[in-house]
Write a protein that binds this ligand. Structure first.
Ligand code: C2E
Ligand code: CA
Ligand code: CA
Ligand code: CA
Length: 276
């Protein structure tokens, strides 16, 4: 009889062993998954707080493997960043996003697709060209793509300068930048000034306790006021309840995203008529 995973073998290995095994298995299987087109992209709507109109969709990567099950991006992305596979994932997701944006554009339903990317990638001087090549191949107008950047590392001042000027080139070509996970990093407020971003996304961590903690409400209100004073557009992510939605509108947030607004969907669900 084979061991079904719950027997002696599992009890022998330590938790860290298991984590290490899973990590190396993810690494190994990710290479073939990328080659065999096994990754998927889903799209979550973001709406205008005042009109309720859908403004854009955020592209989120998904990977299901028979052996590993669902591998969440929070597990997948850090592993991919360690071994250089992040670029392949980035190319895949941006290609999918650009194709969808082009499809919607050609169907006279111009919609922005927002793609997650690490600010670190702009350290690579070829990054801009790679992005523009992908958009061109998909016949996607650059104005239809937004990039959400997260700060995962500290930069030296000269690095930050070169990253900022690379981003400016793309921005001049029409690509917009949003600063993601706002408030959780150590450089959120500095990046707001030093990088050519036009939007911030207040992290769902804050939205989560917005209606239950007075301190959080004050903090979020402060972030919004500060952003507005700099003409920066404010998005709240992780909106799960009507109470949160109501309060965020009162606090003058521009756009809303979260399960209460809409779950991530496949491209076929967004545009049934365009893919049948
Ligand atoms: P993020 O950019 O902050 O994306 C928001 C995450 O919150 C997504 O998780 C989304 O599915 C989830 N979410 C949306 N609405 C709600 C809500 O109302 N409540 C809660 N609790 N969660 C909500 P997901 O898809 O698991 O992605 C996790 C993170 O992985 C993302 O955080 C992003 O940083 C990263 N990521 C996802 N896709 C990509 C990608 O294609 N490339 C890169 N570089 N990173 C990605
Ligand atoms: Ca994001
Ligand atoms: Ca976030
Ligand atoms: Ca994130």
């Amino acid at each position: 009889v084979m061991n079904h995973g719950g027997g002696k073998i599992t009890t022998l290995s330590t938790a860290s062993h298991k984590a290490l095994n899973r990590k190396s298995l993810i690494h190994k299987k990710l290479i073939s998954a990328l080659n065999d087109n096994k990754l998927q992209v889903v799209y979550q709507p973001q709406i205008d707080s005042y009109t309720g109109d859908i403004l854009l969709y955020e592209a989120l990567v998904r990977w299901y493997d028979d052996e590993l099950g669902h591998v969440s991006p929070d597990e997948l992305i850090p592993i991919a960043e360690e071994n250089g596979l992040i670029q392949k994932i980035g190319t895949f997701v941006l290609t999918e996003a650009a194709q969808l944006a082009a499809t919607l554009h050609n169907a006279n339903k111009p919609t922005t697709i927002s793609v997650n990317t690490s600010v670190r990638e702009f350290n690579n001087p070829k990054h801009n060209k790679q992005i523009m090549n992908i958009l061109q191949k998909a016949s996607c107008p650059p104005e239809r793509i937004q990039l959400e950047i997260t700060e995962t590392f500290a930069f030296k001042a000269e690095e930050e300068n070169s990253i900022s000027s690379q981003m400016k080139v793309l921005k001049d070509a029409g690509v917009e930048f949003a600063l993601d996970d706002f408030g959780t990093g150590f450089a959120s407020f500095r990046y707001m000034q030093s990088l050519p971003i036009t939007k911030i996304k207040i992290d769902k961590l804050f939205i989560n306790s917005l209606t239950t903690h007075e301190q959080t409400k004050k903090l979020v209100n402060g972030m919004i006021q500060f952003a507005k004073s700099m003409d920066i557009y404010v998005v709240a992510e992780g909106v799960e309840t009507e109470e949160q939605l109501t309060l965020l509108k009162q606090l003058d947030v521009d756009a809303l995203q979260g399960y209460f607004i809409g779950h991530p969907m496949t491209k076929e669900e967004i545009t049934p008529s365009l893919h049948s």
